[in-house]
Design a protein around this ligand. Sequence first.
Ligand code: DUC
Ligand code: ZN
Ligand code: ZN
Length: 469
Amino acid sequence: MTILIKGGTVVSATGADPAEVLFDGEKIIALLQPGSELALSAEKGAEVVDATGRLVVPGGVDVHVHMGLPLLGTRASDDFESGTIAAAWGGTTTIVDFAAQERGQSLRDGLDTRLGEAEGECAIDYGFHMTLADVNKDSLAEMDHIVDEGVSSFKLFMAYPGTVYSDDAQILRAMQQAAGNGALMLMHAENGIAIDVLAEQAVERGETAPVNHGYVRRAELEAEAAFRAIQLAKVGAAPLYIVHLSAKQALEQVSRARREGANVFAETCPQYLYFSLEDHLAKAGFDGAGYVCSTPVRSKHEHHQDELWTGLRTNDLAVVATDHCPFCMKDQKELGRNDFRAIPNGIGGVEHRMDMIFQGVVSGQISLPRWVELCSTTPARMMGMYPKKGTLQPGADADIVIYNPKKRWTISVDNHHMNMDYSAYEGIDVTGRVETVYSRGRRILHDECFEGRKGHGQFIRRSLSQYLI
Ligand code: DUC
Ligand code: ZN
Ligand code: ZN
């Protein structure tokens, strides 16, 4: 079936212009000038979709999600089916989740487990990073094979001593290995050893409420870890991508390293742009638990949020992902009612990323092309999926979103599709809404109706990051 989307404004990372998108089966065939001879002749043999007044953009690429992640005795509440359907509702057509190496486990086993969990369950295409919890001789050697399997990035943790934490020696060795095999190193940059001291002292003082999660995970400790990760990456000669950056001091470290020419990149997430320690994490009663995530949301008085928006403009923050890691209040966040350390840390947001970052276009903080670049094109390039994903060009997958930039609506637990009993974004008025979504040429969402199915999504064997030097 050949389809022509006409009448809309096609937005790419480099511009926004009237154009027609022609696709056939799973692939885009052409971008056509409206009224051109080619466009007129294409129209004859195609089903025509009218996108007048709409934006036509490449499907969103969310490179940081955790469907069903086991954490603190429970599991993230979206599984691959519910999470990928929610993603589609929000205009995201590709996710990159994580396969985990447990301590003592081979990478291969960790990857096979996760591939098995996702198989036949996803409504949109998906890839994996691999988290390293046990960097040793065997797992270092295995990294090369995992890259060959299409898992070309590895996440390390400078937090969580006793579980997934890696010390500096392990980090350096993993980076040296990545320098050899071309993988991108992802870093959870927080000094977990110091954080655990502060957390223990807070609980000893009886300070157990959710807000203390934000107090003990101090910005200085994110900045220190970011600095150390950058130095280790320079010494190890590996490219570095810092995930879920939330503190302006950590951003300063990234900015400086980039100014000095280091191959360092960073991602932030909508929760760090819109939520604060005072207004959200410190909510009355136990409601702040809904905003417990790591790194934490930051103080509004210190203006971290403004600095992150600046970083998005200057490219010191190159990607917006969600770190989608939802937990329900009931039975999940509740686990930490008497001790913030036991609150499963994560926020669900895979459905809202495109809309929340579009608000930056509405308010003039970023341009329309930058929205596409941050949410689709750069993530695809960063994670080795471009030009299959992240662009509307001949040969690319027909992952296409038709977006109504004028539609106003209000986010609520009553209208979201994530498997959560609350919405961190409750009551936020937004302008702009996804109307139609194609995933590899198949219409999976239209007019507020999900038309896709689990099992449509395919595993993406990723190439190396295009940001390697
Ligand atoms: N880091 C993540 O990236 N996701 C969930 C929890 C965490 O610490
Ligand atoms: Zn993390
Ligand atoms: Zn995460």
